[in-house]
Design a protein around this ligand. Structure first.
Ligand code: GLP
Length: 252
C-alpha cells in the first residue's frame, strides 16, 4: 500500500509549475526516460511550461520515449479532437521529441484488439514507463479507464460513459464525440515506476477525494493508485476542497 505525496497549491499555474519541475527532474536524471502523458485541459499549462524550459535550453526530450495514455477510436490523427493532434499542438510542436519516439494508439487500426496488444508490447519493449502523468475524470477515470475497469487491465478498447463523452464534447465539432477509445489499462499505468496525478478545479473535487481517501474500488478507477508505492498528487485548492481535515496533504 503506498502513501501518495499530496501537494495542494494555489491555482492551475502552480500545479503546472510543480508538475514541470517533476517531469524535468525525471528527464534530467534519465535522458532516455519513458513517459506516459495525458491529454485534456489539465496538462495544457504543464506542456506550455515544458516548452518554455526547452526553449531556454534547460530541458531536452531528444532521447525520451513518449506514450500517450489513450486515443479515440475512429478519429484520424489530423482531425479536430484527436489526441494525436492535441499532442502535436500542445507539446510536440514546442519540444524536441523525434517523431519515431512519439507513440499513441492507432484508433483507425483495422483490428483494434491487435492494436492494443501492439501498444502494450511496445511499452514493455521500451523498458516500461518511468513516469506516468495523469489527469482525472470527474467520475474518477484515469486515461479512459471508466468505472468498473479491473486493476490488472492492459491496453484495451473502452466504451465511454455518457458523462465522459459529454465532458469531452467541447473538443469535437458539433459535439460529435466518439463512443469508443483505446486506453492503457489500469495495470499498464500501475506498472509505471512513478506516477504524477494532476487535478484542477471543483469538478474534480469529489472524484479526487474518493480516489485518495476512499476505499480502493473499481467504481473509482483512480483509487487503484493507492496500491502504487510512488505517487505524487498536485491539486489546486478547488480540487482539494473536500479533502478531510486530517489529511496528510501539504498546503502551499
Ligand atoms: C479525458 C482523458 C483523460 C483526462 C480527462 C480529464 O477523459 N482521456 O486522460 O484526464 O479527460 O480531462 P480534463 O483535464 O480536460 O478535465
Amino acid at each position: 500500500m503506498g502513501h501518495p505525496i499530496i501537494h495542494v497549491v494555489r491555482d492551475a499555474d502552480v500545479v503546472a509549475q510543480q508538475a514541470a519541475d517533476i517531469v524535468g527532474e525525471v528527464v534530467r536524471a534519465h535522458p532516455t526516460a519513458v513517459l506516459a502523458l495525458p491529454t485534456g485541459r489539465t496538462p495544457i499549462e504543464l506542456y506550455q511550461k515544458l516548452g518554455v524550459r526547452h526553449r531556454r535550453g534547460e530541458l531536452s526530450f531528444a532521447h525520451t520515449q513518449i506514450f500517450n495514455l489513450d486515443e479515440w477510436v475512429g478519429v484520424a490523427p489530423a482531425s479536430p479532437g484527436s489526441y494525436a493532434r492535441f499532442m502535436e499542438e500542445h507539446f510536440y510542436a514546442h519540444v524536441d521529441v523525434p517523431a519515431p519516439q512519439r507513440h499513441i494508439p492507432n484508433g483507425l487500426a483495422p483490428n483494434l484488439g491487435v492494436e492494443c496488444e501492439r501498444y502494450e508490447k511496445l511499452i514493455r519493449q521500451s523498458g516500461g514507463i518511468d513516469l506516468a502523468v495523469l489527469g482525472i475524470g470527474s467520475n474518477g477515470h484515469i486515461g479512459f479507464n471508466e468505472p468498473g475497469t479491473p486493476e490488472d487491465s492492459c491496453t484495451h478498447v473502452v466504451l465511454l460513459s455518457t458523462l465522459t463523452r459529454r465532458a469531452n464534447a467541447y473538443a469535437f465539432p458539433r459535439g460529435q464525440v466518439p463512443h469508443r477509445a483505446i486506453t492503457m489499462g489500469i495495470g499498464t499505468i500501475l506498472d509505471a515506476r512513478q506516477i504524477l496525478l494532476l487535478a484542477v478545479g471543483s469538478t474534480k473535487a469529489n472524484a479526487l477525494t474518493k480516489a485518495l481517501f476512499g476505499n480502493v474500488t473499481p467504481s473509482v478507477p483512480a483509487s487503484f493508485l493507492q496500491h502504487h508505492a510512488n505517487v505524487t498528487v498536485i491539486a489546486d485548492t478547488a480540487a482539494a476542497m473536500l479533502f478531510p481535515r486530517s489529511s496528510a496533504a501539504s498546503y502551499s
